[in-house]
Design a protein around this ligand. Structure first.
Ligand code: 13P
Length: 253
């Protein structure tokens, strides 16, 4: 059975004190209410990873994840954080290829393939993001583009490696805009991604990959999105910064 995941991508938000309050509140609310098969992840800014991980303690339902890692192992790369470092702190997840990194930091498919590789090599689970901008969707090019993004950064992997990857479909036009993809649009795209994976790796492998939806997920729309057969959870931005709302989203799965 595919792992259900609700991940909060905090992006570059919250002071340290606010981050602690958010994590504590969600932890408290989630404790009794979340189904056993759901994994919750806080993708925090780098400086908060270790303290928030400590705060979570032995809580097995909530993990932490980084929002990025370097494509290099170590060396003179001022300001960067490596997968080796994350591994050394027992951080289990890392987001790779978020559209904001593609857009503002010029990350392309080839670079992201290297980041996926280095994350896997260090035992981290990459949450690999893909998704089309609005102009591409309007020209009906979304399926082709997302398939290409998946091919460029994941298709060099062996099946056993791919099985360790989580994919997040995040249409760029739905991120931070309040304009969510309809459940039909999300399901269609997730099915396209899964079929594409099945074409290369076989249906058994594709059936085991968790594919998350991201883009203006909130407490009001989560249930419908998560009910889609190929939607295995969400990667949540803005709504993950509010403890009550994020908990509602977690409960919607
Ligand atoms: P929003 O939920 O704020 O639209 O952000 C989605 C996102 O980018 C998660 O990675």
């Amino acid at each position: 059975m595919r792992q259900k995941i609700v991940a909060g991508n905090w992006k570059m938000n919250k002071t340290f004190e606010e981050a602690n309050i958010l994590a504590s509140e969600v932890m408290g609310m989630v404790a009794d209410e979340v189904k056993g098969n759901v994994k919750v992840i806080f993708c925090t800014p780098f400086p908060y990873l270790h303290p928030i991980k400590n705060l979570l303690g032995s809580n097995s339902r909530i993990s932490v994840g980084a929002q990025n890692c370097s494509e290099h192992e170590s060396g003179a790369y001022t300001g960067e954080t490596s997968a080796v470092m994350l591994k050394s702190m027992n951080i289990p997840y890392v987001i790779v290829g978020h559209s904001e990194r593609r857009q503002y930091f010029g990350e392309d498919g080839k670079l992201l393939a290297k980041k996926v590789d280095i994350a896997l090599k260090n035992g981290l689970t990459p949450i690999f993001c893909c998704g089309e901008p609005l102009d591409v969707r309007e020209k009906n090019g979304h399926e082709a583009l997302v398939k290409k993004q998946v091919e460029e950064s994941l298709f060099h992997l062996e099946a056993a490696q791919l099985e360790k990857v989580v994919i997040a479909y995040e249409p760029v036009w739905a991120i931070g805009t309040g304009k969510t993809a309809t459940s039909q649009q999300a399901q269609e795209m997730h099915a396209v991604i899964r079929k594409h994976l099945a074409g290369k790796y076989g249906a058994n492998v594709a059936d085991n990959i968790s594919i998350l939806y991201g883009g203006s997920v909130n407490a009001a729309n989560a249930k419908e999105l998560f009910a889609c057969p190929d939607v295995d959870g969400g990667l949540v931005g803005g709504a993950s910064l509010k403890s009550r709302e994020f908990t509602e989203i977690i409960k919607s799965i």
